[in-house]
Every structure is written in C-alpha cells, then in structure tokens.
Design a protein around this ligand. Structure first.
Ligand SMILES: [Fe+2]
Length: 254
C-alpha cells in the first residue's frame, strides 16, 4: 500500500505537544494485561469495555470525522482508506476489524453475545469517554477530530519512538506467538488475525495521521490550540476510563 501523504515533518510545534500527551497514554494496570494471572471474568471486563467503548464503532467515528473534511483530497483519501480497512479489512485482505476483535474473543472462549450492549452496564467513566469520542468525532475543527481518532485513539505510548523509527512493530509469527493472549491465556494463534491486520497497515496509517493534522494546522492558530485541547481532554477521560475498568476488574494499584 502506498503512502498518500508527504513524509511527516517533525518541526511543527504541535508534534511535541501531542507526543507529550502520548507519552502519558500508559495506565498502571496495563502490565497486568500482558502477563499471566487474570481470571476469565477479569479479562472479559477489560475486553468488553474496549469493544463497546471504541472498537465496535471506530469505523463509524472515522466516517463522522471524514464527513467534516473540506475538499482536501489527500486528507479525504487517507481517512477513506483507513475507514475502508477498519470496516472491511480490504487492504490487509482480512476482515472488518470489529469482527476480527470478536474472532480473537472467540479464540479466548467468549461468545459474541457476551459483548452485547444490553449486558452489565459499562463503568460510568467508560460511558463518559465514549460519549466524548462520539461528540468530538463529529465536531469542528475537523483537524481536532482527526487528531483525536487517528493520533490519540489509534496511537499508543510508543508514538514518540515510532515516529523516530526506533520502535519497530513485530510482524508475522513472532507477533502472534509472543502475544500475551496466546502465551498465557490459550488463544490459538489463528484467532489473532486482528493483530496481523494492524501490523500490516498501521505503519502507514501512523504517518498518514500525523501528515493530515500537521499539514493542515497553522502553528499558533486557534485550530492548533483546539487540537491540543481535545487530545488533552481525551487523555484525562481515557485515564479515568482505564481507572474504572481496573476497578471493575478488582485490580489495586500497588
Ligand atoms: Fe483497527
């Protein structure tokens, strides 16, 4: 797949502002998710929240943001490409990412019905974060919505290293065989199609994400301030959301 954006210039002042936020997108309960020791119920609480808060509707959130983009071909194209992959898996030749998530859950032994909206209500902080994502994805300026979805939500605490080229995502068999769900929780590697799909396309989507926002945000402008404010609020709400999930999982901060 070809890049549709020019290479990212990291000179823009927004880069450091956003990377400082991304450096903090790490939650104290995360290490518990990457080692053995969680019960099946604890794992289900985590994954059900992730699915209902943003995995299930991520393609629609992208579509909402795309709907506000003026005729800037490279931005519309990059978002459409991301949306196409998320809703169909057409680029990675896999499947819709929300369905691939449920396939991974089936590999762990959970039924799709356990991820229905009408089960146990989500933690209030999860509902608040979800409502924020739904609201902001359709708000102006579009640069803030795109930054929220493609930089903050799709990105991770590895963003700085990834942009610098010092963090390299694992691919292929190494990726699935070393995944904690396979290593510790009995998920068959063939159920991990989602992680393979992400490994195939996410690299290009990371650079597209930064290009879309930086190329269309004037340094020192109100738009730049809004991009930063929305992503900063996202971090605050995300942290509360993760605290809420940890609470529901019965994890205590040591
Ligand atoms: Fe995805």
């Amino acid at each position: 797949m070809a890049h549709v954006q020019a290479p990212v210039s990291l000179e823009h002042p927004l880069v450091e502002h956003l990377l400082t936020l991304m450096d903090r997108k790490h939650h104290w309960a995360y290490p518990a998710l990457t080692r053995a020791g969680l019960s099946r119920q604890q794992l289900l609480v985590h994954f059900r929240h992730e699915y209902l808060v943003y995995v299930r509707d991520f393609p629609v959130l992208l579509a909402r943001a795309l709907g506000n983009v003026p005729p800037i071909d490279e931005v519309r194209r990059a978002l459409a490409e991301n949306l196409y992959e998320e809703q169909t898996g057409g680029l990675s030749k896999t499947g819709p990412h929300p369905a691939l998530f449920l396939k991974m859950m089936r590999g762990l032994g959970y039924e799709a019905s356990e991820f229905a909206e009408d089960g146990q209500p989500l933690h209030p902080a999860a509902l608040e974060y979800r409502a924020f994502l739904q609201r902001e994805s359709t708000s102006l300026p579009w640069q803030a919505a795109v930054a929220l979805l493609t930089i903050f939500l799709e990105g991770s605490a590895n963003e700085r290293a990834e942009l610098a080229g010092t963090y390299v995502r694992r691919k292929g068999d190494a990726l699935t065989l070393q995944h904690p769900l396979v290593q510790f929780y009995g998920c068959p590697p063939e159920a991990m199609v989602l992680t393979r799909a992400h490994a195939l396309v996410e690299g290009d989507h990371r650079s597209d994400a930064w290009s879309m926002v930086l190329s269309n945000t004037v340094p020192g402008s109100k738009v730049e301030a809004r991009v930063h404010a929305v992503c900063a609020e996202a971090l605050t709400l995300w942290m509360r959301y993760r605290d809420g999930v940890a609470e529901r999982m019965g994890l205590a901060r040591t």
